[in-house]
Design a protein around this ligand. Sequence first.
Ligand code: FAD
Length: 381
Amino acid sequence: MAVKSVEHRQVIVIGAGPAGAACAQRLAEDGVDVLVLERRTIIGNPAQCGECIPNWGEVIGTFKHLEDHDWLETYFDFPDRLRLHRLDNMRVFLPSGKSYDFALDAFSGHRLQFDGYLADKAVHAGAEIRVNTPLKRIQHQRKKNRDLLVTSEGRFSCDYLIDASGSLAHVGRLRHGQDPAVRPDDQVPTIYAQVKGNVPETFDVFLGSVAPSGYAWIIPKGPNFANVGLGVRAGKLKGSLKDHLEQFCKDLDLEILSIGGGWIPMGGPVRCMVDGNTLAVGDAAGLVMPSNGGGISQAIISGCFAAESILDNINKGTPLSSYEDKVRASMGRALKNSLRSKNMGYAFMRGDVITELILRVLGPIGGIKRAMECERPVWIL
Ligand SMILES: Cc1cc2nc3c(=O)[nH]c(=O)nc-3n(C[C@H](O)[C@H](O)[C@H](O)COP(=O)(O)OP(=O)(O)OC[C@H]3O[C@@H](n4cnc5c(N)ncnc54)[C@H](O)[C@@H]3O)c2cc1C
């Protein structure tokens, strides 16, 4: 019987989202052999996003120790062709319709274009990306003391493995099943639609019964087009999310062009981001901001940090645990604040009347802004 061959690579990245693409580019630029395995046929499709993409100013305003990081600053200098609409302002609407607004430094784009652009850059730097290649199983070979990555397109082994597979953290799941140490928690179901109609200029967020323990959003993508969505804590909304989204769009007189959905891990960073030679990045490490669902910037930053730790491990023997230390030093505080805000929201914002009352108190003293910007919640200062 023929023995099936195993392809060995220095680094294998599972997933070609922003985290995987940034990691692959950073490594390839330093001459490391990188293979990205992506299960989708077209990178970035379907979008699974509100498509609000932060600018560098927003990133360094939220996370620490990044001001002097030239590589990341350059990486966040996205070309104009990706920028559909400037998002300078966010308005947060209470159940009554009263709103509070504050500044934002972001833009809206098409994730299909955005992810494709990031992947192209990784390939240009020397990384290889194979689409249509889902990781299906991980088999431990005791005799050779190695893991085999089993995909639909062959078997692989590697010196370093990056789990950039998104919110469901496929590598962690295949290795450790339900172990909460490596599985992003509080997976919030979300649904969104690309819509046509009279859309606002601003990133609008709606709180209250429209999206219990979550929020609804309208993110303009240009004249007459927007991304509209709902993210709601699992089990909090009766009926299907799709019906609620359709009703929300109907109430706003917006025509739905297409619908998609996905999961956002809102439980904060996983307890263990480094597992032997495997580093979890982006959503797979639970790095989404729980109070607003944003995860693109953390995906890129963590992808870059993981690559730098692998380079330090190769060149200087620095332990891979340095990756987790860097992530926590840069993002730990903001993500902790954001998690606290979300948990306070879960605990107290029950029903429109109470939600309105709480937000009327918090709004004028900056509490809503602080929650959205991952600062320490105002009520526990
Ligand atoms: C509805 C919704 C709205 C959102 N809105 C925003 C927003 O407006 N702004 C923002 O900043 N963030 C937003 N987020 C979060 C943001 O999309 C994520 O944080 C970001 O995409 C994380 O990047 P990533 O590279 O870690 O994972 P992903 O972008 O999820 O990429 C993971 C990749 O891995 C691939 N993959 C998965 N399993 C396998 C496998 N077994 N084998 C091979 N490949 C695999 C997937 O196909 C995918 O390409 C939103 C999320 C959702 C669901």
